[in-house]
Design a protein around this ligand. Structure first.
Ligand code: MAN
Length: 348
């Protein structure tokens, strides 16, 4: 067992029943994969809230947004021969793909990093426009100067891409929409320039040739990206054999940029590992953990909306301690602490 996470005894910190659904007729099925940031002396989470109607016998029903941002419910008889229910997250109907839930973001804050609550004046963030009609998911937050940059998964019938929005006050958002077109997700921005350029980790994917690998790209303005390089691939026969993707913003250490990433195997079991990238040239990988540093071992990580998942896209760093906030079994928000030094010692 190579799991070196010190889980909070208070886990799960947040469950679906802790928040109110925003939409009449929808219930919250999952709270998961939060972005994390510090603001006004508090720790904040951008929690992904996944909703759908309460499911009735024999029917699958799910919400989508129209381009004006209005919710529409689609209902399909389970007996319909044109319906393929892939897993609890996805379905296919008459040659189109859908998600079983619609996600938006909710802002919650905390004075101690353990107890999180909603506070007046910070409205939910919903998907908007043609490329977010199936919702927005898995937000990473990177602070550069006074500005916070949110990179998130934008889902629509056109595919899964990466959106960007920015804010200084968490009330007004400048939405730039897609910065990486489908298929792409798991985009984490570095929180400082390296030389004259901004850098991002991202995860394009080809369904035919290649795989779900981690790439690095550079940009003069965080909107136009180039010089793409594939820096880490899946590893046959290991815990990260099928897909890998970046977690939160890379952490600057003396040895290099430390990136906690997720990996999944053939059984869709999601664990966490780490990569170390060169400080001057993050296209160079200096180390990678062989075994996971965290695996789904607790009941709340093994049983839920989609079991056997630990998935992180946000953390707070305090000296040698990194507190990751993570989605457990795609249903609960949890937290765990690591020593950065201990993670670095696991790199080979
Ligand atoms: C995908 C995304 C994540 C989710 C994992 C595990 O990577 O949908 O949001 O947490 O799968 O289901």
């Amino acid at each position: 067992m190579t799991d070196i996470a010190k889980r909070f005894t208070e886990n799960p910190l947040l469950r679906p029943a802790d928040l109110q659904s925003r939409h009449l007729g929808l219930t919250i099925d999952c709270l998961l994969n939060p972005g994390v940031f510090r603001f006004q002396q508090k720790v904040w989470l951008v929690v992904r809230v996944a909703e759908r109607p309460a499911q009735q016998e024999g029917v699958v029903s799910f919400p989508v947004l129209d381009q004006a941002g209005q919710i529409k419910i689609i209902e399909i008889e389970k007996a319909n021969p044109n319906l393929i229910l892939s897993d609890s997250r996805l379905l296919r109907f008459e040659n189109a793909d859908y998600l079983t839930t619609l996600s938006h973001f909710r802002l919650l804050c905390s004075d101690d990093g353990v107890h999180f609550y909603e506070t007046e004046g910070y409205p939910p963030i919903e998907g908007s426009g043609a490329y977010e009609t199936y919702g927005i998911e898995d937000c990473r937050v990177t602070q550069i100067g006074k500005e916070y940059y949110l990179t998130y998964t934008a889902v629509s019938q056109n595919g899964v891409g990466v959106g960007l929005m920015m804010t200084e006050d968490w009330i007004h958002f400048d939405r730039k929409h897609l910065i990486f077109p489908p298929h792409n997700k798991d985009c984490a921005l570095f929180n400082e320039k390296i030389g004259p350029k901004y850098y991002a980790l991202h995860r394009p994917g080809s369904p035919v040739i290649g795989g779900n690998y981690i790439w690095v790209a550079e940009s003069p303005d965080l909107i136009h990206w180039g010089n793409h390089q594939c820096i880490a691939m899946t590893r046959h026969g290991k815990w990260d054999s099928v897909r890998i993707g970046a977690g939160g913003a890379p952490i600057r250490t003396k040895q290099g940029w430390l990136e906690i990433y997720h990996g999944a195997d053939e059984q869709d079991r999601y664990c966490l590992g780490a990569l170390l990238l060169d400080l001057e040239n993050p296209g160079i990988v200096l180390g990678r953990t062989d075994d996971p540093i965290m695996e789904p071992v607790m009941q709340y990580e093994q049983q839920g909306f989609f079991g056997n998942v630990v998935f992180t896209n946000g953390h707070i760093v305090d000296g040698d301690q990194v507190t990751i906030y993570y989605g457990a079994s795609d249903e609960f928000v949890c937290a765990a602490r690591f020593s950065i030094d201990e993670i670095l010692k696991r790199l080979i």
